[in-house]
Design a protein around this ligand. Structure first.
Ligand code: COA
Length: 199
């Protein structure tokens, strides 16, 4: 998989999205401790800063171990204060389909930050990577995530009873999907952009 400007910092109205690096572990660790974040996802709070550092260091490669998928992760911080509020991840498969996931600190929910960050990532997936559809898997009880996906224009395309199992019980899942808007020839994916550190 050819990465497109993998080190570019992205901007939105209120947010800065930095490609994740080892150094983000100390910045994100405190906001990732709240157990309410993990109610409907298999993960648990990171056990230590060191473990999170190891994980983020591996993600600096921005590729799957085999190299055929782009594994893109951004640390999201507030422009105004520099406070780190969450992380967004996108995986791009060789067939140009992608998966989107996100986790934000509990105290920052309800401000539209996840919407704003995800919209920018979707734009990057469609415009830079030529992605044709993005999917997201969500536990049916995860109302905040369902609302977010629908706000982003995703549609529910599948229901999987007991699609996963974690924390001692089955997880029924919705699969949500967003497909690329039909583009004119002039708006085809641009893979010949000049390097740019702030887009
Ligand atoms: C999923 C998750 C990121 C959603 O966070 P969120 O704060 O609800 O989402 P947003 O940041 O887009 O905020 C939307 C909410 O803020 C409100 N809001 C306030 N200002 C807003 C603005 N400027 N723009 C958009 N929404 C705004 C919206 O009304 C909405 O509230 P509502 O859901 O009560 O209707 C969060 O719940 C989370 O991190 N969960 C744990 C991890 C997880 O479950 N991940 C998903 C796995 S599938």
């Amino acid at each position: 998989m050819q990465l497109i400007h993998p080190e570019s910092v992205l901007q939105t109205e209120r947010l800065v999205l930095e490609p994740i690096k080892q150094r983000h572990a100390t910045l994100l660790y405190p906001i990732l401790q709240d157990s309410r974040i993990y109610q409907y996802i298999p993960q648990e709070p990171p056990a230590s800063v060191e473990m999170l550092e190891q994980r983020y260091q591996k993600l600096e490669r921005r590729l799957s171990p085999v190299g055929d998928e782009a594994w893109l992760n951004w640390a999201v911080c507030l422009k105004l204060t520099g406070q780190y509020v969450g992380r967004v991840e996108a995986s791009v498969l060789p067939n140009r389909n992608a998966y989107l996931a996100y986790v934000f600190g509990f105290q920052f929910w309800g401000n539209g930050y996840a919407t704003e960050a995800s919209q920018r990532i979707l734009q990057l997936l469609f415009d830079d990577y030529g992605v044709t559809e993005v999917k997201s898997e969500v536990d049916t009880r995860n109302e905040a995530s369902v609302r977010l996906l629908e706000r982003l224009g995703f549609e529910q395309v599948e229901y999987r009873a007991a699609g996963d199992f974690f924390k001692g019980s089955p997880s029924d899942e919705y699969i949500y999907r967003k497909v690329v808007a039909i583009q004119s020839v002039e708006q085809q994916p641009n893979t010949a952009l000049e390097p740019n550190n702030e887009r």
